[in-house]
Design a protein around this ligand. Structure first.
Ligand SMILES: C[S@@+](CC[C@H](N)C(=O)[O-])C[C@H]1O[C@@H](n2cnc3c(N)ncnc32)[C@H](O)[C@@H]1O
Length: 255
């Protein structure tokens, strides 16, 4: 059975993007609907709304949807490159120039890394997330500041990083990992809706130790793992660790 059977469909509403929606449904081998009713078995929908590709669950159908947000984070300086001053920048390392984000997801860490001026390549294995990212990166390329500075959106590679990382010609300075960890039983903070939907759609990343091993082999200098503060370090004792809000960036230096 296909991975999205009974789970995901493309929903086309309004006058625009019909052909794009049909092509998308075909690429993902999922149904194409122009309206949905109670009988419809799928609980996730991809739909173009307000010029963006959005992911919706049944709760979000009326409220709007989830998009790859290309706006700078709260408090992030709106200049390019943004200052490298937070825990993530410290973890990436002062001398780092090239970064591969091997678990791009909603692209929020990637876009922050990109805006700090690193040379970034993104990998994502979920075909749905890769479609949402491609839409977000296309929108990014159209922004005035990107065009004025003649910048291109990060390169996006679709596929499993465990296989892809081994095939890079020149090793990057840093490989960044943010795989999905199981939630803590006693919830301490409400996770963001985008992460809840991602977990519902994709489940946990069960092969994250294999991904870590592949990353350590492929990197030039370091691997950085973002981890919830309650989780054990993915690769054993890290060389360095930087504390963020309810999370940690564990750094593994390659000797
Ligand atoms: C927790 S999310 C990442 C969130 C992301 N850091 C952000 O800021 O939006 C994990 C993502 O990594 C992807 N992923 C996990 N293992 C992967 C692998 N081996 N290769 C490529 N993508 C992977 C999952 O499909 C998921 O979209």
């Amino acid at each position: 059975m296909h991975q999205y059977t009974g789970k995901l469909a493309v929903l086309h509403q309004g006058a625009e993007h019909k052909q794009q929606s049909q092509d998308l449904a075909e690429r993902l081998s999922v149904p194409f609907y122009e309206k949905i009713d109670k009988e419809c078995p799928e609980s996730f929908f991809l739909s173009w709304r307000e010029g963006c590709l959005k992911l919706l669950d049944k709760e979000l159908l009326k409220k709007g949807g989830l998009v790859v947000d290309i706006e700078p984070r709260n408090g992030e300086q709106r200049s390019w490159p943004a200052p490298k001053q937070d825990a993530l920048a410290h973890a990436l390392g002062k001398k780092t120039k090239t970064v591969i984000d091997a678990t791009t997801g909603w692209g929020q860490d990637s876009l922050h890394i990109f805006r700090m001026g690193y040379e970034l390549t993104c990998i994502e294995r979920s075909p749905v997330m890769a479609e949402l990212l491609a839409d977000g990166f296309n929108r990014l390329a159209e922004l005035d500041w990107m065009q004025n500075l003649k910048l291109q959106s990060p390169k996006l590679i679709k596929g499993n990083a465990i296989d892809l990382l081994a095939a890079f010609d020149s090793p990057p300075d840093c490989i960044y990992l943010d795989p999905m960890f199981p939630p803590k039983r006693k919830k301490s903070a409400l996770p963001k809706k985008s992460m809840v939907v991602l977990r519902d759609l994709l489940g946990d990343d069960q092969d994250k130790v294999m991904l870590f091993d592949a990353a350590l082999k492929a990197t030039g200098k370091r691997v950085v793992v973002k981890s919830p503060d309650y989780a054990e370090p993915l690769g054993g004792k890290p060389s360095e660790s930087y504390q963020g809000k309810l999370l940690r960036y564990d750094v593994y230096l390659k000797n």
